[in-house]
Design a protein around this ligand. Structure first.
Ligand code: ATP
Ligand code: MG
Ligand code: MG
Ligand code: MG
Length: 480
């Protein structure tokens, strides 16, 4: 089943269950100071759960563009190394705002997975909140347990603790237990050795969590106590790429039709092929993943920059450039050439990619050019730093030089050092960064205080920019 069809069937299924299909919210959030990027389907419905506004439609479903690279959900380090975490991914979701509750959410999830998508029932496992003996003193989620027991054998219902199976939006506010659905995609031989019920994906990469059903039934008060909500809500999220992996019978999301055309293009452009070395495989996965995150962010208006959300996008992009440079011998800009293929795969579902194509390509190409111009020298410097270090920890000052002069984001330096078996003195880096900020602030104070009006006849020579962490650029002029 093609990914296009998988998405369509999800939306049709819930449309037939009287859900209103709504568009994905933008990836970039402008009106919520607690979040930089959309990281779950429920973000755009937060106000309904908080009770600050009433939903006009009580049952909705959609596919939501998500980015998990900052804050509570940061999967960046996993991406490329494992085969099912992405920076940008689609989360399919259905919601009930005070309409249906656990019974329907559970039965419909099961119906969709087993009857519509035809997933083998014996490969599915579910988790249920087991309760907690802490201050909340919660009991086992018996309701969910009973509904699951009516549809699958008890040995495939696993108990989950508060960390994994109790969802909270924050210190206060709506919360509740959840049930997650896992699919065992191991080979038959492996399945015989250990039953899947002993495993969830933190224990085995091929027993993968696909769907999280959250039952929002409590409100956490300011004093920390829980009270029952007058209206109960459903919030679900299913990883689209993981679902396609299961339905297309492959072992990695990168082997689905969502990613293979990108992989082929990367192979064609760089001449490197998957399946030969682990390093190249990781690099190809990173590039295929990151081009999506960066393109979608730009399409939604977030350009790479030196601050905030823009810097997160720049870091992702530079990470991709460096993986390409080091492991795929990509010495020229090439990421921007993948945008065309990405649009072929996703342009129908997300037309913003098509309409912003020119901008996306231009911005990426420009960014690649700019980073490539310093990357090689920076890598040479980093090598010499490593060689001249006697211990296993690299000075923060040195990492700062790479950041300041060569544009190496600090997580990129850490990553390269980790590959070489070194670690970074992050505290030292922070100190150097702070010192630079202080210097720049002082400089800008002085320049304001000693402001001199340059007359048309006074000659001046441009001597460069001081690039600050903030978007302020101090243009330095010297009188000659
Ligand atoms: P995991 O334990 O695999 O990190 P999660 O529990 O953090 O997933 P949820 O917050 O429950 O994920 O999100 C709902 C669904 O979204 C998950 O069941 C999974 O299928 C999907 N998902 C979560 N994170 C990612 C990611 N980084 N890349 C792709 N899909 C993801
Ligand atoms: Mg996670
Ligand atoms: Mg999980
Ligand atoms: Mg989960």
């Amino acid at each position: 089943m093609t990914s296009q069809k998988v998405r369509e069937q999800f939306l049709n299924f819930f449309k037939n269950k009287e859900h209103k299909i709504v568009p994905s919210a933008p990836l970039v959030i402008k009106n919520d100071p607690t979040l930089m990027f959309t990281n779950a389907g429920m973000n755009q419905f937060k106000e309904f759960f908080l009770g600050n506004s009433q939903a006009k439609e009580k049952q909705v479903a959609d596919t939501q563009k998500c980015l998990r690279v900052s804050g509570k959900h940061n999967d960046l380090e996993e991406v490329g190394k494992d085969t099912y975490h992405h920076t940008m991914f689609e989360m399919l979701g259905n919601w009930s705002f005070g309409a249906y509750f656990k019974k329907e959410a559970i039965e419909w999830a099961w119906e969709l997975l087993t009857e519509v998508y035809g997933i083998d029932k014996d490969s599915l496992y579910v988790t249920v909140f087991e309760g907690s003996d802490d201050a909340d003193n919660l009991e086992l989620d018996k309701e969910a347990f009973e509904f699951w027991k009516a549809i699958l054998p008890e040995e495939r219902i696993l108990m989950g603790n508060k960390k994994d199976n109790f969802w909270e939006m924050g210190d206060q506010g709506p919360c509740g237990p959840c049930s997650e659905i896992h699919v065992d995609i191991r080979s038959e031989a492996e399945k015989k050795q250990t039953p899947g019920s002993k495993l969830v994906n933190k224990d085995h990469p091929q027993v993968v969590e696909v769907w999280n059903l959250v039952f929002i039934q409590y409100n956490r008060k300011a004093n920390g106590e829980l009270e029952d909500l007058p209206e109960k809500h459903i919030d679900t999220g299913m990883g689209f790429e993981r679902l396609c992996m299961v339905l297309q019978g492959v072992q990695s999301t990168y082997d689905t039709d969502i990613f293979t055309p990108l992989t082929r293009e990367i192979e064609t452009i760089t001449g490197h092929k998957v399946g030969l070395t682990e390093e190249v495989d990781i690099a190809i996965r990173v590039v295929a993943d990151h081009i999506r995150a960066v393109s979608f962010a730009i399409a939604d208006g977030q350009l790479p920059s030196n601050t905030g959300a823009g810097y997160v996008i720049r870091r992702i992009l530079r990470r991709a450039v460096r993986y390409g440079f080091t492991f795929l011998d990509a010495k020229e800009p090439f990421l921007y050439r993948l945008v065309k293929v990405l649009i072929e795969i996703m342009g129908k579902a997300f037309p913003e990619l098509k309409s912003q194509r020119q901008l996306i390509e231009n911005v990426i190409k420009e960014e690649e050019n700019s980073f490539l111009s310093t990357l090689e020298q920076g890598l040479v410097l980093l090598d010499s730093i490593v060689k001249s270090t006697s211990g296993k920890t690299i000075d923060g000052d040195k990492a700062f030089e790479l950041y300041d002069t060569f544009g190496f984001p600090i997580d990129l330096t850490s990553l390269i050092l980790e590959e070489k078996g070194y670690e970074l003195d992050t505290a030292g880096f922070e100190k150097a960064l702070q010192a630079q900020k202080d210097r720049s602030r002082k400089a800008s104070e002085i320049s304001k205080a000693d402001w001199t009006v340059l007359h048309a006849d006074s000659e001046q020579e441009f001597v460069g920019y001081d690039q600050l962490e903030t978007e302020v650029k101090l243009v330095k002029y010297r009188k000659v």
